[in-house]
Design a protein around this ligand. Sequence first.
Ligand code: GTP
Ligand code: MN
Ligand code: MN
Ligand code: MN
Ligand code: MN
Ligand code: MN
Length: 204
Amino acid sequence: MLQPDTRRHVRIQSITLQGFKHACHAMLYARSEEKLFRRIPVRYAVLMQMRFDGRIGFPGGFVDLQDCSLEDGLNRELYEEVGCTLRLSDADHMCSHVTDTPQKLVTHFYTKELSLAELHQVEAGAVSAKEHGLEVMHKYAIAMGLIRVPLFTLRDGVGGLPAFFATNFIGNARDELVDALRHLRLINEERLASALKSVTNRNE
Ligand code: GTP
Ligand code: MN
Ligand code: MN
Ligand code: MN
Ligand code: MN
Ligand code: MN
């Protein structure tokens, strides 16, 4: 799954890397009892966003020199992009990736479980965020912003998660999504594997 120029690092090792920029992104999610078409269990509401560049990624961004820590940078970006005042901490860190090309970049990935009510608040507040309509919505005014990841697969075997996996992701966002769904057990392995397999088949 990982690109050849990408290595997994623990956060502590990667902070000390010289000449690398750092970026932090987060997956906010909540358990949901909701059913689509009163039939298909949603299971979890998992938030990603449609970015200004037409790719899908997680909210977050570059850590700046003014940020006192990785998490400070993450929380600032979450406020700018989603308007949410949640404070994530190092306890929410899940993994880091080191990338050499096209730029020397370490991406740090965080996950945070919310209640469904809290997640609804994040969604409702996101349209008032500073970067809504800018970084988080395309300048050509295609409707973009926070999106939910469909964790189900429709009867045609493509609609839902397989189709979602086949869309364009920024950087390592797709790998981060897959890792998080697996590690947090938001989806069973069989369903995940079959959704991933149907993407591979279509790309062949
Ligand atoms: P600017 O303010 O326009 O610089 O954007 P930003 O600070 O919000 O940065 P952005 O979210 O674009 O993230 C910085 C870099 O991290 C991007 O150039 C991508 O290479 C990478 N990136 C963006 N989103 C994700 C993501 O969800 N996961 C991972 N692993 N990398 C990402
Ligand atoms: Mn940003
Ligand atoms: Mn960003
Ligand atoms: Mn930024
Ligand atoms: Mn920037
Ligand atoms: Mn910015």
